[in-house]
Design a protein around this ligand. Structure first.
Ligand code: GLS
Length: 754
């Protein structure tokens, strides 16, 4: 690849003469052409990973890495005076996901391609994504995220299917994005279904409101459209059926083209459903086999049952979907009829009311997936244990052999090689380049007492902090304090993740500094994340954080030592700039509630030290790094489960503790309130003092203590750098290549292509 020559051919100018936007176009066309030439991973059996979300992030750097062109491109650009990071600013990030669930799907398709496993991601091509977050008056506002206009990776597959709903039908249109494996000669795809009759003009420029009843025009406008009313809920069911009907038709068509007679469909295809959103693929496949291919109902059920596997990603009731049967009857009477038949079959077999599919007129999607799939897995050891022993115990008692754990992972291509190239190069120097293929970075451990290596790690962290500073400055004009410790909590805003607990700590710290206790060094606390538009308290939490940030910035006694930055529109791109710079990784969910978490893994791999509750994959991180290299606090998952079971948590009693009351009441202190939105702050205060469903006050005192310990340990430079090194060295387990190899060995049984 000679970029200068290509530039001259294409634009009649040298590479040095191009502006960054044109350099981006040039690189993008080089990468697209190379990937278009790659054949697909082939094999008799293919995997279809169906997911409502794929949070894939920008693709240029990732694809350059996977094609083995990254170093070359970077060097040629540098010689011509260009910086790849700057060039990349011209790429728009696809808006196809929300949080960890969607990012996991993206890591998984990357790992599938890297392992040469024949399989594709299948989802929807949302025109305006989730939403674009903007802060106005210290509050979240939501705008359509019109990413498609400037996107260049989508390819039209010239494939369409008809999807029949109860009272009308629509035609789909299939697009795909190439998914490249790391230094692999073959590829997979992300297949994204769109709607022929989609109408972007339903969406105004500056709002995410639109006519939810115009189904022929709106099905692929937004991911997770507001479902606080009936029309919104119905729309979600329409979307889901649209997604899985297309997926099922695609699967059957492709299997037939590879020689399948449909009686043997399970030898040709396996489906992993990512959470419950794609569950209707089960009745839809049964429908296609019986209605279009004359296969008897019982046989169709047993075929489908041997090819669908389900991953559970949460125990939060709100996310375990239960749709009123009448909705399904409206969306697709045929699917509703099949679900009723399946429900009768399980009723005949099992007496326990808790395991039925239709309960009080509602269809429990997870129950459908467990009965009529062959595998169910949780996403971290603790989460799977909770599923087996409590949340899904009645199912585990029936089908113990269907249950397994698959601890999540992250792709090291994006979360190390791409976002932290300096660290990757240091690992190459110390360990050789094998780790790039195996994910095994444990060899680093032997340098734990090597001062030179520790100083190299420190220098890499400093450089990453500079990249972060530039990003925050460019993105939102934020000025990070010089020489500060960087303490980060980035993830969807949700009460169970307890951003409000970190906010209460910040109030404590603010008051402590006001009392004259000046920290050893400045502290920068960074938040990032979106709140669902219908989730009022989550938006109140954002408001508290932003108001607090402003309050502190305006107080000259405190501002030099403490700052709070909330990243606007947190996304994959922001994560890539922030995570390598972090010193402290905040993983402070209420124990039992975070199924796994994956930012914990990304931070660890980039040398941050974790401050956490014993929840999700934190448990496995703690086991790997040992007590000296992690900070844990708070009630255990068993204790929390018990508090919920006996209803004995009393938020008000905790609030009345003097040390806590002072902090919580700060939220409604008249001067503070006057700088923000009184209604929001009052509501949050009331919630914390009377309900506090996710028990932020329960762990607050211990959290404050542990944070102080973390900050003081940070001052022991050598000790801290060693902790950081151990974290990097032990992160190998969390490569998504390991996770996907486990899925394949234990669930999918695909033959890897050469
Ligand atoms: C989630 C969980 O909340 C995360 O803990 C988990 O890491 C992720 C991927 O398994 O799935 N479940 C969910 O509904 N959204 C998530 O991010």
């Amino acid at each position: 690849m000679n970029l200068d020559e290509l530039s001259r051919q294409k634009y009649g100018r040298s590479l040095a003469e191009l502006d960054d936007a044109t350099v981006y176009q040039l690189l993008m066309s080089v990468v697209s052409e190379k990937s278009a030439e790659l054949p697909l991973n082939a094999g008799k059996k293919r995997l279809y990973y169906i997911s409502a979300e794929f949070l894939i992030g920008k693709l240029l750097t990732n694809n350059l890495i996977n094609l083995g062109l990254y170093d070359e491109a970077k060097q040629q650009l540098a010689e011509a005076g260009h910086d790849l990071n700057k060039v990349e600013e011209n790429e728009v990030e696809p808006s196809l996901g929300n949080g960890g669930l969607g990012r996991l799907a993206a890591c998984f398709i990357d790992s599938m391609a890297t392992l040469g496993l024949p399989g594709d991601g299948v989802g929807l091509n949302y025109h305006f994504g989730l939403f674009h977050q903007k802060f106005v008056d210290n509050q979240q506002t939501t705008m359509p995220d019109g990413w498609l206009d400037r996107e260049g990776w989508l390819r039209d597959e010239n494939t369409s299917f008809t999807v029949e709903f109860g009272s009308f039908s629509v035609t789909s249109k299939l697009f795909s994005i190439d998914v490249l494996g790391y230094e692999r000669p073959k590829k997979n795809r992300l297949r994204l279904f769109d709607l022929e009759s989609i109408d972007d003009s339903l969406v105004p420029d500056n709002s995410i409101g639109f006519d939810k009843t115009e189904l022929k025009k709106n099905l692929t406008l937004f991911l997770y459209p507001d479902d606080s009313d009936r029309n919104g809920q119905l729309l979600r069911v329409y979307q889901q059926y649209f997604m899985v009907s297309n997926a099922a038709q695609l699967i059957v068509k492709e299997a037939i083209s590879r020689g399948c007679n449909l009686h043997d469909l399970a030898e040709y295809a396996v489906i992993q459903i990512n959470d419950t959103h794609p569950t209707m693929v089960i009745p839809e496949l049964i429908r296609i086999l019986t209605e279009d291919h004359d296969i008897a109902f019982d046989e169709a059920v047993s075929i489908v049952r041997s090819m669908v596997a389900y991953t559970n990603h949460t125990i939060l009731a709100e996310a375990l979907e239960k749709w009123p049967l009448e909705f399904l009857e409206e969306v697709s009477p045929k699917i509703a009829a099949i679900i009723k038949k399946l429900d009768e079959l399980t009723r005949a077999e099992f007496d326990d009311p808790a395991v039925q599919i239709i309960i009080d007129g509602k269809v429990h999607m997870a129950h459908l997936a467990i009965h009529y799939g062959y595998s169910i897995n949780g996403v971290a050891a603790l989460h799977t244990k909770i599923l087996e022993e409590s949340e899904l115990k009645p199912f585990y008692d029936i089908y113990p052999e269907k249950f397994s754990n698959k601890t999540n992972g992250i792709t090291f291509r994006r979360w190390l090689m791409g976002c932290n190239p300096e660290l990757a190069v240091l690992l190459d120097t110390l360990l050789g380049t094998e780790w790039r293929h195996t994910g095994d970075v444990s060899g680093l451990l032997k340098f734990a007492d090597d001062d030179e290596v520790l100083e190299q790690l420190a220098a890499i962290k400093d450089d990453a902090k500079q990249v972060m500073r530039d990003f925050l400055k460019f993105n939102q004009g934020a000025q990070v304090l010089d020489g500060s410790i960087v303490d980060v909590q980035v993830k969807r805003i949700h009460e169970y993740k307890r951003q409000q607990m970190l906010a209460l700590y910040l109030i404590w710290k603010y008051l402590d500094i006001k009392n004259g206790n000046i920290p050893e060094r400045p502290i920068t606390v960074i938040f990032g994340g979106k709140a669902a538009p219908a989730y009022v308290i989550a938006q109140d939490i954002i408001h508290l954080i932003l108001t607090l940030g402003e309050w502190i910035a305006n107080d000259p006694d405190v501002a030099p030592y403490l700052q709070v930055i909330m990243i606007e529109n947190y996304n994959v791109t922001a994560a890539e700039r922030i995570i390598p710079a972090a010193d402290i990784s905040e993983q402070i969910s209420l124990a039992s509630k975070e199924a796994s978490g994956t930012s914990n893994m990304k931070f660890m791999l980039n040398g941050a030290v974790t401050l956490c509750t014993i929840d999700g994959a934190n448990v496995e991180i703690a086991e790997l790094v040992g007590d000296d290299n992690i900070y844990t606090f708070g009630a255990s998952s068993d204790e929390v489960v018990k508090l919920y079971a006996d209803g004995s948590y009393n938020a008000h009693a905790y609030y009345l503790k003097p040390g806590i009351k002072l902090l919580v009441d700060f939220i409604t202190n008249p001067q503070f309130m006057a700088t923000g939105n009184a209604e929001r702050l009052q509501r949050l205060h009331d919630d914390l003092t009377s309900k506090d469903w996710f028990m932020a006050l329960l762990d607050l005192e211990e959290y404050i203590q542990e944070k102080e310990l973390v900050y003081s340990d940070y001052e022991d430079r050598k000790l801290w750098l060693k902790k950081s090194l151990v974290n990097i060295a032990m992160a190998g387990k969390f490569s998504s290549d390991r996770t996907i190899a486990e899925y394949n060995d234990e669930i999918w049984h695909l033959q890897a292509d050469k």
